[in-house]
Write a protein that binds this ligand. Structure first.
Ligand SMILES: Cc1ncc(CN)c(N)n1
Length: 230
């Protein structure tokens, strides 16, 4: 794990971006997420139906707080163009593409409306919801950004390993939602925001962002572990 302060690290790093420092500081958990066996099973079409059911039901709980966190980013972004980018993403992706995917996928997996309504967070989900709640209520733009960036960038990391698309639309569309030019541009925006504001923070501020980023990466690994169990 890289514990080197940003200034020391960036003086010798080939890619001295603040977001690259955060990612490097999150190893080995970062690679555990992007190379996770559950992600690999989604990519190669072998993820068991029962596990996808459990994963997506938990992710539906995740999606609720994620949407609220995007709302906090709209409120807390420090520039008007940034605010508009978050607002656009919130409107388009969360409301249309992703919500419709969940409806269709959970129907196909035989999850009833009653099961959806009564789903309760597993411990890994509860921890993730708590982190998102904390970032949202802090109203601290760098902390909000750190969580948003991990959530999207780490998913781009595993989805970028895609080869032949699985026949099952539940798996194929889940990969598609986290890959492609629009999603890459969105991740590029999130990284760019961290790269812009991170170096200007005082040392304690940078360390705080690093702690939030690392925690979010750890929770992504826990979330996949939860999905892969039993
Ligand atoms: C737990 C988790 N992490 C990331 C993503 C990507 N949006 C997600 N849907 N769920």
């Amino acid at each position: 794990m890289n514990a080197v302060p940003f200034d020391t690290w960036s003086a010798q790093a080939p890619d001295p971006r603040f977001s690259a420092w955060l990612r490097e500081s999150s190893e080995p958990d970062w690679s555990a997420v992007t190379g996770h066996p559950f992600a690999t099973a989604i990519l190669d079409g072998t993820a068991a139906r029962e596990r996808m059911r459990r994963y997506l039901l938990q992710d539906l709980l995740f999606l609720d707080r994620w949407t609220a966190l995007l709302g906090a980013a709209v409120a807390c972004a420090d520039t008007f163009p940034g605010r508009l980018t978050f607002a656009r993403f919130l409107g388009q992706t969360a409301a249309e593409e992703e919500a419709s995917y969940f409806d269709r996928a959970l129907d196909a997996l035989g999850v009833t409306p009653g099961e959806r309504a009564s789903a309760r967070p597993e411990p890994a989900t509860a921890d993730f919801l708590a982190l998102m709640d904390q970032a949202r209520s802090s109203q601290d733009y760098p902390s909000i950004l750190a969580v948003l960036c991990v959530v999207e960038w780490s998913y781009l990391g595993w989805a970028s390993r895609a080869g032949e698309p699985p026949a099952d639309f539940v798996l194929r569309e889940w990969i598609d939602l986290h890959e492609g030019p629009d999603f890459r541009a969105w991740v590029g925006f999130l990284r760019g925001e961290l790269d812009r504001i991170g170096p200007a923070l005082p040392d304690e501020g940078r360390e705080h962002v690093r702690a939030v980023f690392r925690r979010a990466v750890r929770l992504e690994a826990d979330f996949f572990d939860m999905a892969a169990e039993g």
